[in-house]
Design a protein around this ligand. Sequence first.
Ligand code: MV4
Length: 461
Amino acid sequence: MFKKVLIANRGEIALRVIRACRELGIATVAVHSTADANALHVRFADEAVCIGPPASKESYLNVPQLLSAAEITRADAIHPGYGFLSENAEFAEVCENCKIRFIGPRPEMLRLMGNKVRARQAAREAGLPLLPGSPGTVKDPREAEAFAREIGFPVILKAAAGGGGKGMKIVREPGALAQAFSTAQAEAVASFSNGDLYIERYVEKPRHIEIQIVADEHGNIVHLNERECSVQRRHQKLIEESPSPALTPELRKRMGEVSVNAMRRLAYNNVGTIEYLLDERGEFYFMEMNTRIQVEHPVTELVTGVDLVSEQIRLAYGEPLRFKQEDVQIRGHAIECRVNAEDPITFAPWPGKITGYSVPGGYGVRVDSGAYENYTVLPYYDSLLSKLIVHAEDRATAIRRMQRALGEYVVEGIRTNIPFHRAALAEESFQEGNYDTRFVERLLASETGSRRLKKAVEETP
Ligand code: MV4
């Protein structure tokens, strides 16, 4: 097994990786910016190296600094966590060239899935269902219009280098195509320095369902069922759950099987997630693939009993998967609420010092967080403060447990979105499991939703 792993990340995911390493008997190296000197991942790791000033570009994204830190500490592997360099093919390549194992898929897999047009082509060749759309990039509005007439309106223009909704434009009629094309292209150039666009049929009220994959270096591939991630705002997930209330056992089996078959054809390795859109008719379509451990991995861990981070590290070392598809079962239900340091109504980031802090606990409650009393939430990084995850025998019990846990959570000195989560869990559509990607938008626009949210803000001490 690896002797020493450097964690090229911060916050709760750095802690999560350190914990897995400790249980595997692997020494750990934390890296941190000057602003993160007091962070928990720095304290919990065996060693820590300061890699630069607060700005991510100069620290957590600073490849030469990270490699120097790995070399002086003699780390034999780097775990990138999520975000930052986790899906950066060049970084993964540089690690391998320096004889440091990158804990993740091979660089070419990161490169393939990083380009949404190439990923879409690879997915089709691997047998995954796609929405009708352009087979490659569309050069100009004229070509886009030709495809749109073939597909039928509404259509959506997406950036080849995109993901996360940037450079995306919905087009409802032929007359709006030219303008949408130039706006999407300009956005894509500004965000990714790549203006390539492709076009697809637009699905009005999709659910976001993703399948978790684990694959070893010996051709064994298993799926760990789905996560339902439809509760999002501006492409930021807020609540995830597993299993999805939208899937029948038959659909779950089918989505799992086509995903595994596709990953076999691509010779995928390590952990990964295939994102699908599920339409109102129960048809699913490949959207994109994430080649990293994801924020919401704990819901899968709780219902399958698989320690995904530990498994990921073993897989990167070359160990075979220790279970088969038949061994994977669904035990109960898990829900995750992302607790962000932000205003619960405007969603504006709210960094600052946490003056009072008490975390929920008890049966079936897990909190993954780098926060503690007197910790200062920094303005330089994302606003995720904590992941509150519950596990119960069924969905109704899990919802009640989450409501109980949210009620126990005390965070003083800053604002958090805990009141938003209380309002969301109280929604009938959430409780019935009858929601889609427009859920948050509807909650905020509705009389009962906004009233509940205001009340939850007042009731949160
Ligand atoms: C779509 C779509 C509807 N139809 N594609 C959003 C982010 C990017 N990964 C893809 N996204 C979407 N693609 C077609 N053909 C709707 C979305 C979408 C969405 C998807 C998943 C979760 C939340 C979403 C919120 C708005 C739009």
